[in-house]
Structure formats: C-alpha cells, structure tokens
Design a protein around this ligand. Structure first.
Ligand SMILES: O=c1[nH]c(=O)c2[nH]c(=O)[nH]c2[nH]1
Length: 306
C-alpha cells in the first residue's frame, strides 16, 4: 500500500448551538400554558474561510443562534415544535447570506396538569413520565422479639408552578446579587421517603394518597421559599396519615431564569425562561412528629459506603 499524497482539504462541516433549554409560558389568561423544549441549531454553507483562515466574517455566532431561539419564543411564539422550528430555520437561511441550510432539532418535555380537588390546576404541572416508587424494609430479631421498619416514597417527581412562588427578604452580604422576586417559576425534582409506624397498612392507597397530598400542597401554597413549600408538603402527609412518623424530602431548586429580551426591544414579563440544569439549590428537610417512635435502623441503607 502506498502512502497517500493528495492535498488535505476541509470536508463537510456545520456549526450551531446545541440544547438551548427554552421554556415558554403563556400567561395572559388565569389558565397558563407551558412549552418546555430543548432546541439545537446547526448552520451549513461555505464556512471554509473560518476553518482555513480563522476569518469570522461569514460566521453568525452560535451565541446569536441561541439568542434568536429565546427571542423567537416571544416574538414569533412557541405553540408547537414544528412551527417554531420552521420560523427559526427559515430565518437563518433567508436572513443570513452565507447560510445555505439550517438544521433545527427540537424535543419537547411534556407536562401534565396537576388536579386539586378533582379539578385541573391553572398553573401547576407534573412532568409526564412516572416518578420512581421506592421502599425499604428492615427486619430485626426472631420470634416475638422481631421488629420491622418500613419506609416508602418516590424519586424523580418533576413538578413546576408558573406563578404563586416568591423569594424575597433574604439575608444579604457583599456577594449577594440575587434580586428579590414576588413572582417566579418554581420547579423541583422531588425525592422523598416517609417512615411508617405500622405494617398493617394499605401500601398502594397510602402511596397514592401521600403523593396527591404533596402535589396539592405544592400547587396551592403561595410559596415564600421552597423550604416553606417542603415543610407544607411534609405536613400535609403527616396530617393525612397518623401512622406515618416522619417524612424526609430532598428538592433541587430547578432554576428557571427569566431571559433578558430587553436587548432585542422585547418585553419579557415572566414568559420566556432559560431552564438551567446546574448548579441548583438543594433544599432538604425532614418533617416529623415530636412523639415519633425511635427510627432504629429504618434509615440505615443497604450501602455501607453511603
Ligand atoms: O426557595 C428558595 N430557597 C432558597 O434558599 C434560595 N436561595 C436562592 O438563591 N434562591 C432560593 N429559593
């Protein structure tokens, strides 16, 4: 086999901004609508000068592609993936001279309205796709001395409300930049476990009822912080089930930042958000009865390394 001696040339190429997490809320009526999407753009054309000579004169920055994705969610609207994708794709090709082709890939995360008292809620949803139910059982001792502990709960219950959440009046120091707000999106992926004091329990009905109590409280509390909402959710479960001694909850604050569209002359009154995945606030709390029996090994996990 002889060595190849041909010229080295640029082959197929494209560039764009991947995975913009755009959340569009329609809130002009009391019943809000949500579209929560992941959108990527890739532009194709003759970008050889950029690759061969570092010449950016034909390059529409990926940052501009991202800004357009957020601005279009407001300017053109985001009612479904297809029409929004067409608006974006046509814009890049029609309005950007070097762009010969644009590829827009989109996915939408489905949200289902929470029901409270049998009625669909106006501004609270759970992400479609079931949470994972979890349980633990610990049995110790033999015969009459035998003792049993049961915990149940779930993880990955993603829940969001598009209003009815505030965060203000917090402690400030010289590093505080956060602005207080009286109207924000609040979202979390809840993990929880509660501890039973008995084993003659209707496990399925209690699971469903505890989850529903938490979801209803999340929807209906005018939240001053996720900490307050968590306490209220835990309290709702303990109020409903006297045979539950305590409930533990871990709730990442899935931040939805209002996107700054003022740079494009657009108003954004809590309608277009960037759903940021990290970092996130992690709020964790136990709600318990002051007469709860000792937890014994109920929380001692299977893993010895934590
Ligand atoms: O509900 C919240 N609790 C916090 O402790 C906190 N901290 C923060 O920056 N945002 C929020 N939100």
């Amino acid at each position: 086999m002889t060595d190849l001696t041909g010229n080295i040339v640029l082959g197929a190429n494209q560039y764009g901004k991947a995975e913009n997490r755009v959340v569009r809320i329609y809130r002009d009526a009391p019943r809000h609508e949500i579209h929560d999407i992941n959108v990527s753009s890739a532009l194709r054309g003759d970008f050889s000068a950029a690759h061969l000579a570092g010449d950016q004169s034909e390059v529409l920055p990926t940052d501009t592609q991202k800004q357009t994705a957020y601005a279009y969610a407001k300017e053109k609207g985001l009612r479904n993936l297809e029409s929004y994708g067409l608006d974006l794709g046509r814009h890049f090709v029609d309005d950007t001279v070097p762009v010969q082709s644009a590829r827009i890939e989109l996915e939408e995360y489905a949200w289902e309205r929470v029901t409270v008292g049998g009625k669909e809620h106006d501004h609270t949803w759970v992400r479609k796709g079931q949470e994972t139910r979890v349980a633990s059982v610990t049995v110790e001792g033999k015969g009459d001395a035998q003792k049993t502990w049961v915990t149940s709960g779930f993880k990955d219950l993603v829940i969001l409300k598009s209003t009815g959440s505030e965060f203000a009046g917090f402690l400030e120091d010289s590093y505080t930049v956060l602005e207080p707000t009286h109207d924000r999106v609040m979202a979390t992926s809840l993990e929880t476990r509660w501890r039973y004091t008995r084993t003659d329990v209707d496990w399925d009905a209690t699971y469903t009822g505890a989850k529903q109590a938490m979801v209803e409280r999340f929807a209906d509390v005018q939240s001053l912080a996720l900490q307050q909402t968590l306490f209220e959710m835990g309290k709702a479960v303990l109020e409903k089930y006297p045979f539950i001694a305590e409930i533990r909850m871990s709730a990442p604050n899935k931040h939805h930042f209002v996107y700054d569209l003022s740079r494009f002359g657009l108003e954004n009154p809590n309608e277009v958000f960037n759903a940021d995945d990290r970092p996130y606030g992690l709020i964790q709390a136990t709600v318990e009865r002051d007469d709860a029996p000792d937890a014994g090994p109920a929380w001692r996990t299977y893993s010895v390394v934590g």
